[in-house]
Design a protein around this ligand. Structure first.
Ligand SMILES: *[C@@H]1O[C@H](CO)[C@@H](O)[C@H](O)[C@H]1NC(C)=O
Ligand SMILES: *[C@@H]1O[C@H](CO)[C@@H](O)[C@H](O)[C@H]1NC(C)=O
Ligand SMILES: *[C@@H]1O[C@H](CO)[C@@H](O)[C@H](O)[C@H]1NC(C)=O
Ligand SMILES: CC(=O)N[C@H]1CO[C@H](CO)[C@@H](O)[C@@H]1O
Length: 541
């Protein structure tokens, strides 16, 4: 006898549903418990983690049986987490900037650390979602070159990912702006900057009822139209990271008018049909049926508790968790991103999206076909999803991909895309390395500039020599900081004690409930930036 609805599940789905329900309940319980936790307990856990990180750069080493070297003296121990790395990249300037970036609340605060400003525009999509688009503004006059660039982020991200690098010249928007481009950074519906609909409640299932299809059909074309109208230009250049490039391919393939509006698509770490997850169990679990994923994560926003965890976690621990999760899910080892960089970048990695969007990706992975979202399993119903007609794209496409990126199967992608697609492999790079690695300017952004038909020698002389004359890079350095002093870990922790408590990068973490506000003034540009209040511990005990 058939049971309505549930009777349609495969045999294999049953044990999975049981596991999912257990996990879901577990997450529910944990979230109840954490919300009920008093602040003092949270501080206690933070304290414990801090002690663990003092003993070892990586808590995993603590459980390993091998003996540690003799205990280090206190001065050095305060900065153990960063110690294992090449010390040359640590100077006081970088460290202070990292603290500021880590604690920055929004993209506006982030770019202001580098002497830029943000102009926010609100795009209303045809289906009435409101999206923020961020346009870079400089505080200094520069010569516009009349070209427009549109940057778009990846899955579970927001526009902040473009401006997290500690070295100014490794942030793509700043290079492009200084070279004269009009630089815009888009945001998908549902992320940190676009959580608004004219009619739907943010808490409703209707609001979160979107997948890649809506990005492709509404968000991308509507944003492009908005930018072109605002700039009174005929064409722009699109640069996407990861899902941001997949969205663009999908979008151009179904909106043929975009062929006239975009002059080229530059795809950094593009992903259209990833193989699947590294963890076989999770892979099977999530590919099995969308209903399982919906049971596990609801039909609304994906894991909103991540933001909460990020807030209460000790930042190095948060980074370790992200690294471990990425390793389990995708087999990424994140060797090319320095720990210092991770502290600033990972803090701006996660933003919200819908569960449906992730379900859509799992459908693409399991069918090995870049197709639209569909509700019923085609194997059972004979109802087939529509594939995105990627071959329709007429504009030039350039793929910049890492050779060790487990999400990119370059041959599959080349077969899906039109024949005029060009590729540029980056040796030994994983997915995120193409955005945040220690040499991302040299290995990736130079190539982007080449696609933009910039003369690299000219660029370098413009960016770097100009900096020597007019101290552009130095804008970001506060007067009291000696930028050239490259110091070892011991010195770093010694100097760290002179950093005021308000600069502890834990200030956000335990900052709940305090109304104390402080402002720091950058002596060079004279702008005022509110800094988050500080309660609780610093890493420097
Ligand atoms: C989501 O949107 C589709 C149309 O795009 C509609 O058929 C479906 O009923 C909606 N689902 C929910 C839960 O609102
Ligand atoms: C284009 O911009 C003008 C203002 O500059 C505005 O009045 C008009 O509605 C815009 N058109 C579209 C299609 O967004
Ligand atoms: C998932 O659940 C819906 C009802 O909520 C049902 O119509 C659909 O057939 C189910 N899909 C699968 C693959 O079990
Ligand atoms: C420059 C650098 O550190 N490159 C490393 C990037 O990561 C790969 C492993 O994924 C290493 O083999 C490279 O040496």
């Amino acid at each position: 006898m058939a049971i309505p609805l549930l009777g349609r599940l495969d045999l294999l789905d049953w044990p999975i549903i049981l596991v999912s329900l257990t996990l879901a309940w577990f997450e529910f319980l944990v979230s109840i418990i954490t919300y009920a936790l008093p602040n003092s307990l949270i501080s206690f856990f933070t304290f414990i983690t801090k002690q663990l990180y003092r003993l070892s750069s990586n808590p995993i080493n603590l459980i390993k049986s091998e003996k540690k070297e003799k205990p280090v003296d206190n001065e050095v121990a305060t900065y153990q987490y960063l110690k294992t790395e090449d010390k040359t990249s640590y100077n006081k300037k970088n460290y202070n900037l990292m603290v500021e970036l880590l604690n920055a609340n929004n993209v506006q605060e982030m770019v202001s650390l580098f002497g830029y400003d943000i102009e926010t525009r609100i795009v209303t999509t045809k289906d009435k979602y409101l999206l923020s688009v961020h346009r870079i503004k400089g505080r200094k006059p520069r010569e516009p070159n009349g070209k427009v660039i549109y940057l778009h982020h990846g899955l579970l991200m927001c526009s902040e990912i473009w401006v997290t690098m500690l070295e100014k010249y490794q942030n793509l928007p700043f290079i492009l702006y200084d070279l004269g481009y009009d630089v815009w950074m888009g945001n998908n519906r549902g992320n940190k900057y676009s959580q608004k609909h004219l009619f739907y409640d943010l808490d409703s299932t209707e609001y979160w009822n979107f997948s890649l299809d809506e990005f492709a059909i509404f968000d991308i074309p509507n944003t492009i139209d908005y930018i072109l109208n605002a700039t009174k230009k005929k064409k722009l250049t699109y640069i996407g990271f990861s899902q941001g490039s997949a969205q663009a391919f999908a979008s151009v393939s179904v909106n043929s008018d975009l062929n006239e509006k975009v002059d080229q698509l530059i795809a950094i770490s593009p992903a259209t049909t990833p193989h699947g997850l590294n963890s076989k169990f999770l892979d099977m679990l999530l590919k099995s049926s969308p209903n399982v994923t919906y049971l596990l994560f609801s039909r609304k926003v994906l894991m909103p508790s991540c933001i909460f965890w990020q807030k209460i976690m000790y930042p190095p621990l948060f980074d370790t968790v992200i690294d471990a999760a990425n390793y389990m899910l995708f087999n990424w080892k994140a060797l090319n991103i320095s720990k210092m960089q991770k502290l600033s970048s990972y803090a701006h990695l996660y933003s919200t999206t819908s569960v449906k969007c992730v379900v859509h990706w799992f459908q693409v992975m399991s069918s090995k076909n870049f197709q639209m979202y569909h509700d019923v399993s085609p194997a059972l119903s004979g109802l087939n999803p529509i594939s995105y007609p990627l071959k329709n794209i007429q504009i030039p496409i350039h793929l910049i991909y890492g050779t060790t990126d487990s999400l990119v199967d370059i041959n599959v992608m080349k077969r899906q895309l039109p024949a005029h697609t060009t590729t540029f492999p980056v040796e030994n790079h994983e997915h995120l390395d193409n955005l945040w690695s220690t040499e991302v300017y040299d290995s990736v952004f130079k190539q982007v500039l080449t696609y933009l038909q910039q003369d690299l020698d000219e660029v370098e002389s413009k960016l770097f020599r100009q900096n020597q004359d007019t101290k552009l890079i130095e804008d970001i350095i506060r007067d009291d900081v000696d930028r050239d002093s490259t110091i070892g870990v011991a010195d770093l922790s010694a100097s760290a004690s002179s950093i005021e408590p308000s600069q502890s990068y834990l200030k956000l973490v335990n900052g709940f409930g305090s109304s104390e506000k402080q402002t720091t003034t950058s002596s060079f540009t004279g702008y005022q930036r509110p800094s988050v209040s500080s309660v609780g511990g610093s890493i420097f005990v």
